[in-house]
Ligand binder design. Structure first.
Ligand SMILES: Nc1ncnc2c1ncn2[C@@H]1O[C@H](COP(=O)(O)OP(=O)(O)OP(=O)(O)O)[C@@H](O)[C@H]1O
Length: 695
């Protein structure tokens, strides 16, 4: 393995100066940060929240972009796990270096890279179809559809009996829960189609042992049929890429990619799951490759894939794996985002403390102590928000435009639950939070959502047009109306439009006119209800002219299902609150990587509440000995229990580490009284300011 040789490129100091102007208001990067920006070798950079990892990466990308086109028409590849992380990079760099976002460079999620450069071709060569759907929700729908047609049979054992046994071994729940376990298994299992094994994680659950195993063959056929239609779960993209890259005739793909991408940068590296890490290594980290790979992140913030089967973080740094070749990891000391008081609190949550890893806040902002906001129940929600706003005003935070740009955020771990759930969640307090309206989804569980939940940020009709067409395609799919009966190929938007044209120019013209009117009415006049009626009437009454076999039967629930639309969640959106402070609502996942001015972390239930999960017993009570609890970072103590590998507590450490480390100025923690009643004095003594929202 090469330690690295592609080090000819030198960053121009003048470009660093310009980057400082653009990225950190003309401040100067210190020597440590400049060393990272200048380094053109393969490396891993790990550092605390707010230390400026992303900023330093942006500076480096800015400097490289100034030297484009690169020698031999080489490009750079910039990857992250989430769309959010990519959008942050685009937001800053697209306006000032658009060349970074066009050929031969690629900036995107690991998923989009895998699909575009490997999985799409793999799917075509292995299964005869390019990828048409790559979406876990759509995949779940396929799983459910398949499950519904299965029947029980004891002898010989039918697939349904087998699945029931596999998914519900030692499980004592209701029949609904058992059914959900089967669906969950079908959704999550992976298919080793070469070895003819079906696995969950690393464990083989069903292996093909002979021709009489009809249930195995049935499941395998279903999977192959999906792949042949280009319907893939997210994980499938990596499974088929891995398979494809092993083939003799795919070897050229690796060398083409290595030639094209001489630099690979991965931000938020800790979020990648094992498949993603392996794919990048498999393509770029080979004996013959001279591609430079720089991976940037913070293991303590791994809130996505986070742990391997052994309980360790998935990302193993080069130094961990080959300390002789890679003598150290890069690091950046100090957090520019955090004040020392917030940094002290946040530091107690650290799980993975490499040498010198300590959260030290060096921001010169005023030292505002963290606030504990204690409330009773959901009827206090508005008072809670008002208190947050009052604190923002009290410290004059809204007066600085930079603070307003960074924003004032209420964040929570669990954002959404069913209407009647007693599990605490963000929407229970703030119904204006609507997760689905924030997501740019293409497929939904009822027709109404196709009219209401298109991507409202798009100012053109493109998004609503797509959404309305997707709704029709979904109905045709539910009703088993195929584009081609024999191959059972489903319609896509383009083939549906083609069918209209094939029917007659007039049909096509009439439909287009209708579609335009619907789009106009929804986007311009916001006539959602009226258009939903017209749209669903079209489906019920006019689609049959195009497809004589069509009638609404299986899709009737899908069409009639109610959905209460709640307009977008930013509270400041309403007219009469124009001058008010805008409070944004979001999940911890959605604000990862962001810098806020003020953050209110709302405690919610994920299995249990955060405060409960941080009460960790480290010594059990016996007749002779008292129970001993671990250090609680909520009391500004350094946690000492993560080595016990209690999964719920450890994920809480990471989630709160991310949530608490967002604000430059004000951190509030909102908890229900019943959860912390006995600990209020401890909070006070440790440094929190206590505010009771209601008596
Ligand atoms: N060298 C610097 N000098 C001054 N301010 C900086 C510097 N680097 C970063 N900042 C500021 O600190 C804040 C945090 O930076 P950034 O988001 O890059 O940190 P990060 O390490 O990527 O954080 P996280 O781990 O939370 O993703 C930003 O507001 C950024 O402008």
């Amino acid at each position: 393995m090469l330690s690295n040789t592609f080090a000819e490129m030198e960053i121009n100091p003048d470009d660093i100066r310009k980057a400082e102007e653009v990225l950190i208001d003309g401040d100067q990067f210190d020597e440590e940060r400049k060393k990272f920006i200048n380094c053109m070798n393969t490396l891993d950079l790990l550092a605390v929240p707010g230390s400026g990892k992303t900023t330093a990466l942006l500076a480096k990308l800015y400097c490289i972009a100034q030297q484009m086109p690169l020698e031999n028409d080489a490009g750079i590849l910039v990857l992250a796990h989430t769309n959010h992380a990519i959008e942050e990079i685009e937001k800053v760099l697209k306006p000032i270096c658009p060349q970074l976002f066009s050929y031969p460079n690629f900036v995107g999620t690991v998923q989009s890279f895998a699909n575009r450069f490997i999985a799409n071709q793999a799917c075509f060569e292995l299964y005869g179809s390019y990828i048409r759907k790559n979406d876990d929700e759509m995949y779940l729908y396929e799983v459910e559809k398949f499950y519904r047609i299965l029947n029980y049979n004891k002898n010989p054992p039918a697939l349904k009996n087998k699945l029931f046994g596999i998914a519900n071994r030692d499980f004592d729940g209701t029949s609904k829960e058992k059914e959900n376990n089967i669906l969950e298994f079908l959704k999550s299992c992976s298919f080793d189609l070469e070895g003819r094994k079906i696995k969950l994680g690393k464990t083989t659950k069903i292996a093909y042992t002979g021709v009489n195993q009809n249930y195995y063959v049935e499941l395998e056929n279903w999977k192959i049929a999906l792949l042949s239609q280009g319907i893939l779960s997210y994980k499938d993209s990596f499974d088929i890429s891995k398979r494809y890259l092993k083939l003799e005739n795919a070897q050229s793909i690796k060398s083409i990619l290595q030639q094209r991408f001489k630099f690979v940068f991965i931000d938020e590296m800790q979020d990648l799951d094992q498949d993603q890490v392996n794919l990048i290594e498999n393509v770029f980290f080979t004996q013959e490759s001279d591609t430079v790979i720089q991976r940037i992140g913070d293991k303590n913030q791994a809130i996505y894939s986070n742990v391997s089967d052994s309980g360790d973080t998935i990302w193993k740094t080069r130094h961990e794996v080959s300390p002789k070749i890679y003598t150290e990891n890069f690091s950046l000391n100090n957090s520019h985002r955090l004040t020392s008081i917030i940094a002290n609190l946040v530091d107690g949550f650290v799980m993975d403390r490499d040498d010198g890893y300590k959260v030290i806040g060096i921001s010169a902002h005023q030292q505002i102590p963290p606030y504990l906001l204690i409330y009773n129940d959901e009827t206090d929600a508005e008072k809670l928000k008002s208190k947050f706003i009052a604190l923002i005003k009290n410290y004059g935070l809204e007066e600085n435009p930079k603070n307003t740009t960074r924003g004032f955020h209420i964040v929570a771990w669990t954002t959404d639950k069913e209407e009647d759930s007693d599990k605490w969640h963000l929407r229970k307090l703030f119904p204006e939070y609507s997760k689905e309206s924030k997501q740019k989804k293409e497929d939904f569980d009822c027709l109404r959502k196709y009219v209401f939940l298109f991507d409202h940020n798009k100012k053109t009709f493109e998004s609503i047009r797509k959404s309305l067409l997707n709704g029709i395609i979904r109905i045709l799919r539910i009703e088993n109306i195929y584009m081609d009966e024999e191959s059972k190929k489903h319609f896509r938007k383009s083939s549906f439009i083609q069918r209209l044209k094939d029917n007659s120019e007039q049909t096509y013209h009439d439909f287009n006119q209708k579609l335009f009117d619907w789009c106009y009415s929804v986007v311009v006049n916001k006539n959602y209800e009226e258009i939903f009626i017209q749209y669903s009437n079209y489906v019920k009454n006019e689609l049959c002219e195009l497809f004589p076999n069509f009638s609404v039967s299986k899709s009737s629930n899908f069409i009639n299902q109610e959905y209460d639309y709640v307009p977008i969640c930013d509270l400041g959106d309403t007219e009469d609150s124009k001058d008010e402070i805008q409070i944004k609502l979001g999940s911890i996942h959605s604000v990862k990587g962001q810098t806020h001015c003020a953050t209110m972390y709302l405690e919610t239930d994920y299995h249990n509440s955060e405060t409960v999960k941080l009460n960790v017993e480290i010594i059990k009570e016996t007749r002779k000995r008292q129970q001993v609890l671990g250090n609680n970072p909520l009391f500004f103590q350094e946690q000492n229990f993560s080595h016990l590998n209690k999964a719920r507590s450890n994920e809480t450490l990471k989630m709160m580490y991310v949530g608490f480390s967002r604000p430059t100025d004000l951190l509030c923690f909102a908890v229900r009284k019943q959860n912390i009643e006995n600990d209020i004095e401890k909070y006070k003594a440790s440094g929190w300011h206590i505010e009771f929202i209601s008596p």
